[in-house]
Design a protein around this ligand. Structure first.
Ligand SMILES: Cc1cc2nc3c(=O)[nH]c(=O)nc-3n(C[C@H](O)[C@H](O)[C@H](O)COP(=O)(O)OP(=O)(O)OC[C@H]3O[C@@H](n4cnc5c(N)ncnc54)[C@H](O)[C@@H]3O)c2cc1C
Length: 457
């Protein structure tokens, strides 16, 4: 519980921008997935960096946890408050501050969502490409080092963030990076804060790279008799220098669900969904070359479309897939796995995961960003069933152990939060202690999003 005089101090500064309403606390303690609700004691809605610094300084003085909140779409209990405290919701700090078209850069506040940014950019011929499906905030996406369907061509948040403004645990405000294309000036603090999940400080401004809107876009769908055929097509296309903007895999179970719920009308086999960006000629050539590769590897029904409405239909179906899958079991939630392996080992990883799921009583359709070696099993569980949650965790941990053996990682894009904390020692060894040392150096009292990502002191 936060002492009442501290709440008074916060309320004096924030006025109506401080909430202790039950439903608001509950909302900010929830996660999109299986994690139990862990509400904060108060939610703050700052309007500028000065207010964020003041909130952090007040909380730090009293040892009260501070947790950042963007759109709340993270999947591993990232934004929950296991030790209570103040959640800082950035929804009012959502401005696009400056578009520097000539430098292909934009400055935004952290609460701006990727869809709002792209709406603002539409007339400029520029776009922000990272697309995790959910309409996440750019501050949250930087904090989880998010990626998604388009990372294959454009990279992840790691590649887009040029600089940050950050409020540190002691209330200091620092700027990292510059607007220059490159720099050798010391430690890369921007890279340190990207992916730090709010455990080192709160991001109050981001400078992001922009990209030109592609002249032409085509989308394609291709069925395969086997998963191996689909993955071999991905590997061969990559080796031949094709760089689709998106290259997504859906397994047979997912196809069945999309057919039934979304009218996808696809043969019940594994499929790849692709999108190509470039000039009219390049897009047509790339799509045709992929068709040849797929044909050689048992692909069939290869069809590509350039009409925006066809592409939109395909990708909105893909983006809805998580919720469409969950809807097959009313009331269910999920443990969503997120391993990422070198592309040459992806076939083995998916084959082992599929066999384990088939042998388990749980359902777990598999889909993913296979061009990056990243896939997700949606392990559906009843939140009220400890046995199901234990089984899903067993399956998930086995996938991670195998991925680590193959030279991969426990999480390609979702991050650590609470749910993957127990896997960090196995992945990083002594390097995880170094992360802990950085945390202690920047946040000695452990007030920034405590209990997540690193071992606490
Ligand atoms: C259906 C669905 C599909 C998804 N698909 C993908 C996908 O393909 N790829 C992918 O990468 N992710 C995916 N995600 C996960 C999620 O969208 C990402 O993790 C996203 O980056 C979270 O952004 P957010 O704004 O919702 O952040 P939140 O959930 O609000 O916060 C995430 C973390 O960042 C911290 N944080 C938030 N704002 C700040 C700030 N300003 N300063 C410091 N810390 C802050 C929070 O404390 C928390 O630890 C998916 C989620 C859903 C629901």
């Amino acid at each position: 519980m936060i002492p009442s005089d501290v709440l008074d101090e916060l309320r004096l500064m924030l006025g109506e921008g401080l909430s202790t309403g039950k439903s608001d606390l509950s909302l900010h303690g929830q996660s999109e997935t299986w994690h139990a609700e862990m509400p904060p004691d108060a939610v703050a809605y700052p309007r500028d960096t000065g207010q964020v610094a003041a909130i952090v300084a007040i909380c730090a003085r009293h040892g009260i946890p501070v947790i950042g909140w963007g759109a709340g779409t993270a999947l591993e209990g990232h934004g929950s408050a296991p030790r209570g405290g103040v959640t800082v919701d950035f929804r009012h700090m959502n401005a696009v501050l400056e578009v520097r078209a000539e430098d292909m850069l934009v400055r935004v506040q952290p609460g701006c969502t990727r869809e709002d940014l792209n709406r603002e950019l539409r007339a400029s011929g520029l776009m922000f490409p990272v697309d995790p499906g959910a309409n996440a905030s750019l501050g949250g996406m930087a904090s989880t080092r998010a990626s998604g369907t388009t990372a294959l061509r454009y990279g992840t948040m790691r590649d887009q963030v040029r600089g940050l403004e950050v409020v540190l645990a002691d209330g200091r405000i620092i700027r990292t990076g510059t607007q220059a294309r490159k720099s050798s000036a010391g430690y890369d603090l921007t890279a340190l804060f990207v992916g730090s999940e709010g455990t080192l400080g709160l991001i109050t401004e981001l400078t992001l790279r922009l990209h030109g809107q592609p002249e032409a876009v085509s989308a394609a769908v291709c069925g395969f008799e086997t998963t191996e055929g689909a993955i071999d097509a991905v590997i061969l296309a990559t080796q031949m220098g094709l760089t689709p903007a998106r290259m997504e895999y859906v397994d047979t179970a997912t196809v069945r669900i999309l057919n039934a719920a979304d009218g996808a009308d696809l043969p019940e086999t594994p499929h790849l969904l692709l999108e190509f960006h470039g000039s009219d000629t390049a897009v047509a050539e790339d799509a045709a070359r992929f068709g040849e590769i797929a044909g050689d590897l048992g692909g069939s029904g290869y069809a590509w479309a350039t009409r925006p409405e066809d592409r939109t239909r395909l990708w909105s179906m893909r983006h809805r897939a998580y919720h469409t899958i969950l809807a097959t079991r009313p009331g269910a939630t999920a443990i969503v796995t997120d391993v990422c392996v070198p592309i040459s080992r992806l076939g083995e990883a998916i084959a082992r995961a599929s066999a384990d799921i088939d042998a388990s009583p749980l359902d777990g359709p598999i889909l993913g960003h296979v061009g990056d070696g990243n896939y997700h099993a949606i392990l559906m569980v009843d939140r009220a069933s400890p046995a199901e949650i234990t089984e899903a965790k067993r399956l998930s941990d086995a996938m991670v152990a195998h991925a680590l053996d193959l030279g991969g990682t426990a999480t390609g894009e979702h991050g650590v939060g609470l749910g993957k904390l127990h896997l960090m020692e196995a992945e990083h060894g002594a390097a995880w202690d170094v992360m802990g040392a950085i945390k202690r150096a920047l946040d000695p009292d452990g007030v920034m999003n405590p209990g997540k990502l690193v071992r606490q002191n």
